[in-house]
Ligand binder design. Sequence first.
Ligand code: NDP
Length: 615
Amino acid sequence: MAEGPTAGSAYDAAALREKYLAERDKRLRRDGHSQYVDASGDFSDFVADPYVEPGFTRDALTEAVDVLVVGGGMGGLQTAAELRRRGIDDFRIVEQASDFGGTWYWNRYPGVRCDIESYIYMPLLEEVGTVPTERYSTGAEIFAHCQAIGRHFDLYDRALFQTRVEAMVWDAAADRWVVTTDRGDRIAARFVTVSQGPLAKVKLPGIPGIRDFQGRMFHSARWDYDFTGGDASGGLDKLADKRVGVIGTGATAVQIVPRVAEHAKALFVFQRTPSSIDVRANRPTDAAWLTGQPAGWQRRRMDNFLGIVSGKPVPEVLVDDRWGDLFLRFGELMHAAQASGEPVDPHAAMQQSDFEKMQAIRARVEEQIDDPDLAERLKPWYNFLCKRPLFSDEFLPAFNRPNVTLVDTDGRGVERITESGIVANGQEYPLDLIILATGFDVGAPPHKVGGYEVVGRDRQTLADRWDGDLRTLHGTQLSGFPNFHIVGGTQQGTTAFNFTHTLRMQAEHAAEIVAHCRDAGIAALEPTPDAERRWHDLLEEKHVDHEHFYEECTPGFLNNEGKFRDMPTFVGATYGGGPLEYERLLTAWRAADMQRDLVAPPAATEDSEPRRAAG
Ligand code: NDP
């Protein structure tokens, strides 16, 4: 055993654990998630759309449709595609951006790429005929694919861009949702699906003085190329005489830093917690290989990846990247223990796999950073899945450049922003530009992301319904909210590293239920309270205890900034049987139990008349 926590691949487990807990304790803060500020009200300039000319107007619309799809990102696009496949063509898509793409519309920062293999991340490749040029696609290529989905399924005519939903009210007399927008539209929709995405709500750090800065400051999801020059591929030539500060070292910053480092006169990266940076190993696509794949290949590959990262045995490893090796190693350790006849402790096997993985990641920092003291400050000390794992071959080497400075705050974060720069560790760093790579409010429920009210049956709002009573069926439907579907529901639903896969499952699910209603001539359905109770019981039965794991983690959005037990979430947060089992369960439920669990809402009474439907 090694003496200290790190030494090559050998490690002292007790010392490592102690180090992890000490590093967590440094970062725990009383204000937890409330340290962040919403980009609304006085801060709404941070989320203005930089990619459109101001002043867009159009006539307000009054119409009735079968389905209103809220969101034109990966969730909304897949929902619309699934509706088209079932011959449901009478739908509208409402999207606040000026095009499809969702997160790929907004995030155009230099270096933006997807961390998940494009062959499984980019949905509908076979249908649309897109061949990603690289294993990990650029944001621009993914955005273009979203547009191609829009064209392929003929969705542009169905879309209302630059439009925000303001309210959704169930009209019980008409069995329709009355949806109003900031453009004065009034759409009576039989069904509503909401897909606003986990990365739609920009998060700003509540750093004292954030409004005092007199230079340029923007969030990474609203890049100002007029100020920096260049585009998402680089060429930021206007930074040549600028001192730039980046706050954050998460998935976004790791992609931005190498591009800015190439151009800025001086770059200061303000680090609160080092990230784990694994191998990227991007490569061009072998187009002949991809186009030669047998029909249905994408679905099989997506399932293969999910199987691997769920720790399930797979007959072969199709996606052999660094997301999976933690789980594959876990499988090896379990297999070896079983073969030796020793008692098998899956927690111990997982922890061993994790320690080994993080040792390798820390060793990589030493390999890539010239200055050993600097390398120490860039090493992450927590379990691999405590924070979103990152993959880059360029981020760490950027710190070897003479114009790049790591300002490590040893867990404290930036202290203050002044008129002229950032104060950290008691020192002021004068800057011309501050880039906030501080992330998104990942856990916010749909109505909070959209910032609108959803008023269901009996005038109950979604906010009230979920206040202390966090019930759903499958994380996608709720009693009291007929014909309302969440596509992207991970709380009480499922989650997968490959988020577009979760979206696909739930988009298919919603479209199947809409098609069922059409075929059976049913106007409205909602889950019974019994169905929700049964789902709750199953969540409890399948519950995997993550509390202990996340409480030992350094704070971040995955553990509610260190207050995991206070997370306003549901029992068993996600379905413990894993995403593949979840998908099978949805399919089986539609075949066998849907007619038991979904019922027509009670007949309208005067009391259930919508408050906002009139006028
Ligand atoms: P994150 O929430 O992951 O990171 C925010 C960063 O800001 C953290 O490093 C955080 O530090 C830091 N921070 C916050 N407040 C302060 C402060 N006061 N002082 C100093 N630092 C501070 O946001 P990202 O935008 O990087 O990523 C969000 C998500 O977006 C990812 O998890 C991923 O799901 C997605 N994404 C995906 C990509 C892909 O390739 N598929 C690419 C980019 C993003 P600390 O860690 O200490 O909290």
